[in-house]
Ligand binder design. Sequence first.
Ligand code: OOB
Length: 546
Amino acid sequence: MIPAIQQWPSAFAERYRAAGYWRGETFGGILRQRAEHRPDHTAIVEGNTRWTYADLDARVDALARGFTALGLRRGERVIVQLPNVAPFFSVVFGLFRAGILPVFALPAHRVTEIVHFANRSQARAYVILDTWDGFDYRALAAEVKEKAPTLEHVIVAGDDAGPFTPLADIEKHEGPLPPEPASSDVAFLQISGGSTGLSKLIPRTHDDYIYSLRGSNDICELDENGVYLGALPIAHNFPMSSPGTFGALYAGATVVLSPSPSPDAVFPLIEREKVTITGVVPPVALIWADAARSGGHDLSSLKLLQVGGAKLTPEVARRLLDAFGPVLQQVFGMAEGLVNYTRPDDDEEVVIHTQGRPISPDDELLILDDDGNPVPPGTPGHLLTRGPYTIRQYFNEPEANAASFTPDGFYRTGDIVLVRPDGNLVVQGRAKDQINRGGEKVSAEEIEDHLLAHPQVFDAAVVSIPDEYLGERTCAFIIARSPAPKGVELKKWVRDRGLAAFKVPDRVVFVDSFHTTAVGKVSRKDLRATLRQRLLDADAAERKGE
Ligand code: OOB
């Protein structure tokens, strides 16, 4: 088994400890402290389920024992694919307490993605919910198990485990608790958005992640009286840690879970549970703004409405301020580390027009031109960063590591940003070949590879095109062989390859050639840019003609 490590050079590690960022805390340890301090305070609310901190802590002990009794050991990996349900927390903190590493899959992921995570992480177990949103995860698990040789156990939360192990059985184990992990150990593997092909695994330590929670709580003024609502899928880094559900648990606050981000589900919960803070992606924010204006629910408990994951336009920001009052916060972050926030006391102009500034005084930012030289202040450039909660390496990816990190440890975010004189960042665009579909990240290369596997596809290029609602959508340009397949067939093809639905191309455009007349090799990147521009021009011409 390849050990999952995350290490900063010792001079950096010493500095981060001396500054009080890394305090030697672990997830299992902080939960225990909160449970001892306020055992009867509500930790998790999901539907009619309410767990106090004492309830959660007891379940976490039971599961830490149970996972150990199953033969799982410190440092080993377990894929956790759970939606917004209470057992997400008992499972994940149970693993944390035993030093076993959750690998966070999203509910939307399908067989191809889960098999990739399992094989890459050498996962020994896979935790699912029986069914959710009309989808049977047990059928998915059966397929995954055939293709992931390291996977020994499928553990099922919910009423019907089918052929697999019920989570309830694991929770029954007694016996000694396994030893606590060290705070510098990797706590879990998060999933990267993916730009060069498949998602990479991101090892985060207890020390570094907990620092980002504490920093986020301070900025967002989340304390033990707070109520955080998980509206987006909680396995994603934004609702997990910015400050998210983990920040709320770190603060000793209450986490409320919504099964979906739709206003029908969320607004009654905000009213009933007196939610103080929540986070959404821009397309969801837009729907909320409309729904809030039509009234019907008391949303006055909300002190902070965070929007992040994709660019929020100033127009939508203004609508949110109109609908919700001065509670808007922009969040620009990444699962690899760096998170930026506008602050609650910032001027409206800053909140509308910028993506805020970093959590830590020790977040180092470089803004470089294409040749790697610093740009003049206020000029857009490539954002690189390092700091006390930004990783220095992906898990088991020597090539990607060489490409994504500079020799002195800066992470290349792939984002184009400018820094204003007041220190706030403005995201201008992206250099990476990724489509940001309303916060859901799609790697152009990954989808091209699946399209190229179709026998009637000669060549494929996947690009982002602007979309009023999602910000961006995916468009696949196809050079077909005769007989040419239909667009819908190619969409179905991608879906049937076992991918998350959000990766299915929104639009398919057939072209005779890519017109790569230039001599020599044209980069995929330039090709994608050219095709995209040509389509936008053609669309504009068509609109003019109408
Ligand atoms: C968050 O994390 P990821 O890992 O899914 O995606 C990171 C990428 C960034 O590199 C950037 O390209 C984009 O998502 N992004 C934004 C943005 N927030 C993220 N682009 C423009 N404006 C924003 N506000 O998406 C994430 C992680 C933690 C907190 C918030 C978001």
